[in-house]
Write a protein of this length. Structure first.
Length: 367
């Protein structure tokens, strides 16, 4: 517990002047304010609540002030950190940072102390890193991707297919999705200072959808199997055929899942009157399947920031999207679900290799 009344009259006058100064750095004035409130008898927890800070931060400021005085507290991390390193040291630090992925300032501050004999606080290190052009970001997990050549070959094939498509032909993209009965909080614009919340659910149930999408007509047939497997794949193909009685040939593009090539699908394709022509996507290329973007639209409309009291209500909402919302409002989704393709490689990302794990700037990829 911090005892109040630890400031002398002159010390209080100095801090009060800092708080009231219109030209003072906001961060420094806030520190002065915290010390004054501690001297008045307020607790670290209460001050942290007033200033929207962590109570450990308030304790750290008090410790710095008592041990080294106001000069140390007022320069620590806000002003002093900008000029304590020379340009050569900053350049050397940048080279070191670019060679690794530091999860926190602890490692960075330890390196600065060992290499340059300089001490930085957590906040001071953050301001230094920001000034040097660094930001705290979560790496993007990059999936394995097919070679650029295979992706380009598929895109060229798809363009040839569309350019030569007859009036008695159709093209569908197909895949499966498994929305889980769990609340999915998502980013959105809210009033500054508000504290948005959504009631959560943590059920283990899910809805299985094996569906297809025609980008020209936005026809989206689907089946609701208990399990997504070869049987549901054959059922989906049958439904696609049934919805296109006047089409001589229906091209269905989907991934290389085992059930898409299993005995149930082979038996379906072996029928004398089968009108389905299957095309396999290159491995590890979900970005080449536009139906993946339809799944994203479904989540935006049905699962993001929404609470369903029961699993049945959740399942009904999912099915209502496919049965009603999608057919009636497909034109509003058309720009989000397009057939625009591009080749994706890892060349534009930085990687770190550590203990058999590849990290991509922009997550972890199992090697």
């Amino acid at each position: 517990m911090i005892r109040p009344g630890f400031l002398s009259s002159s010390e209080r006058r100095e801090l009060v002047a800092c708080v009231r100064s219109q030209r003072e750095d906001h961060g420094i004035a806030r520190r002065a304010n915290a010390i004054l409130l501690l001297d008045d008898g307020e607790s670290c927890l209460q001050i942290a609540k007033f200033l929207y800070l962590d109570d450990d931060t308030i304790r750290g400021w008090y410790k710095t002030y008592r041990e080294a005085g106001w000069d140390a507290l007022s320069t620590d991390g806000w002003k002093g950190g900008q000029s304590r390193m020379t340009s050569a040291q900053e350049t050397e630090l940048c080279v070191w940072l670019d060679e690794r992925f530091c999860r926190s300032t602890v490692e960075i501050r330890a390196h600065i102390a060992a290499q340059f004999d300089l001490g930085y606080s957590h906040s001071g290190c953050i301001k230094l890193l920001s000034r040097l052009g660094y930001e705290y970001r979560k790496p993007k997990g990059l999936p394995r991707v097919a070679s650029a050549e295979k992706q380009a070959e598929f895109i060229a094939m798809y363009e040839r297919l569309l350019n030569g498509l007859g009036a008695d032909e159709a093209v569908y993209f197909a895949d499966a999705v498994h929305p889980e009965y769990q609340t999915k909080p998502a980013f959105g614009w809210v009033k500054a200072g508000s504290n948005p919340a959504v009631t959560t659910t943590a059920g283990r149930g899910r809805v299985n959808i094996h569906g297809a999408l025609n980008l020209e007509t936005f026809d989206a047939p689907f089946v609701e199997p208990t399990t997504v497997d070869g049987v549901s794949a054959a059922q989906l193909l049958a439904k696609i055929e049934a919805r296109n009685p006047n089409k001589r040939l229906i091209h269905v593009i989907w991934d290389n899942a085992a059930y898409h090539k299993g005995p149930d699908v082979r038996e379906f394709l072996a029928r004398p009157d089968c009108r389905i022509h299957l095309i396999q996507l290159p491995p590890y290329c979900p970005h080449l399947n536009p139906i993946e973007r339809l799944w994203a639209v479904m989540h935006q409309c049905v699962t993001h920031n929404r609470h369903y009291p029961s699993q049945k209500q959740f399942a009904d909402a999912i099915l209502r999207f496919f049965r009603e919302t999608l057919p009636n409002e497909w034109n509003t989704f058309q720009n989000q679900v397009s057939g625009s393709f591009r080749v994706i490689t890892h060349e534009n990302f930085r990687f770190w290799r550590k203990r058999g794990i590849k990290l991509a700037m922009g997550g972890y990829i199992d090697e």
